[in-house]
Write a protein that binds this ligand. Structure first.
Ligand code: NAP
Ligand code: GCO
Length: 270
């Protein structure tokens, strides 16, 4: 390959991507990035109202050709319908980003088993359901990219998020297993593992205190992150384009942590 052609490796021209839960936050940033690299974008969210709101947000970014669908990704019948709709309205899916996720912060022994199951359903079972629905088409067409949005909590635990860490740890291994099972079919399945990113999901951890001071968890995260700041959803844009593109064709079963260095750091010395 000529050096002048290297940047073409990152182009997504002619590709179609489905990003789950891409109304705002990380999913929105990833969908916007893939669009900027040339892909046609479809996304889903939990309700028509979410989809309508998101379409306006994309429009505000100058993106008018995305397609949005209401779909609960934990429901296999709805997911099959979603894939059929995307293939009919847009094109067969080359890139799947399993981004939709929830968290419930409840001490483990106070948590109802239904709450634990719901988190595992959305954060782990749904990526399995959506991947299972797109894989046969990817195999038939001879290529495919699946990106699972994991977390640094695929590696670490912390108080109150037992279901989330169990699900994200499982998602890391599901990523490796999809790689193992379908790598020979020219399908690459990788994960992105964000650190602490300033989105709606983490807003309660950054709320100002009544005296105007920063939330103790906010200070803890800044101290625990070598970069010395929270991540922004935009920090995930480059890594997502890389993992969706031909630039990563021999990268498979890998979790790309985008965490400002948290996982490399033992924490500030006293
Ligand atoms: P967010 O702002 O809460 O957005 C989550 C999105 O998922 C929303 O669009 C939501 O749809 C959608 N969603 C939730 N349940 C769904 C379901 N059953 N079916 C379809 N869509 C569903 O979250 P975020 O912070 O951007 O996080 C996105 C992903 O990154 C999640 O998997 C999260 O666990 C992961 N992550 C986040 C961080 C962080 O610090 N923020 C760090 C590591 C990993 P509606 O708009 O309809 O509610
Ligand atoms: C929490 C946070 C995390 C982040 C993220 C960290 O309560 O600890 O919400 O779960 O969302 O996954 O990488």
């Amino acid at each position: 390959m000529k050096s002048s052609e290297v940047m073409n490796l990152f182009s997504l021209e002619g590709k179609t991507a489905l990003v789950t839960g891409a109304c705002y936050g990380i999913g929105f940033a990833i969908a916007t990035a893939l669009h900027g690299a040339g892909a046609k974008i479809a996304f889903c969210a939990t309700s028509d109202a979410s989809v309508e709101k998101a379409l306006k947000a994309y429009e505000a970014e100058g993106i008018t050709d995305v397609k949005g669908y209401a779909c609960d990704v934990t429901d296999e019948a709805q997911v099959r319908g979603l894939i059929a709709d995307v293939e009919r309205d847009v094109a067969p899916i080359d890139i799947l980003v399993n981004n939709a996720g929830i968290i419930k912060r409840i001490p483990m022994c106070d948590m109802a088993v239904e709450d634990f199951r719901r988190v595992v359903d959305v954060d782990l079972v749904a990526p399995y359901i959506v991947s299972k629905a797109v894989l046969p088409g990817m195999i038939e067409r001879g290529h495919g990219k699946i990106i699972n949005v994991c977390s640094i909590l695929s590696e670490l635990g912390r108080e109150t998020v037992a279901a989330y860490t169990a699900a994200k740890g499982g998602l890391k291994l599901l990523t490796q297993n999809i790689c193992a099972e379908f790598g020979g079919k020219n399908i690459q399945c990788n994960g992105i593992g964000p650190g602490y990113i300033a989105t709606q999901q983490t807003a309660p951890l950054r709320e100002r205190q009544s005296d105007g001071s920063r939330h103790p968890f906010d200070q803890f995260i800044v101290g625990r992150t070598p970069a010395g700041r929270w991540g922004e959803a935009e920090d995930l844009m480059g890594p997502a384009v890389f993992l969706a593109s031909d630039a990563s064709n021999f990268v498979n079963g890998h979790i790309l942590y985008v965490d400002g260095g948290v996982l490399a750091y033992i924490g500030r010395q006293p």
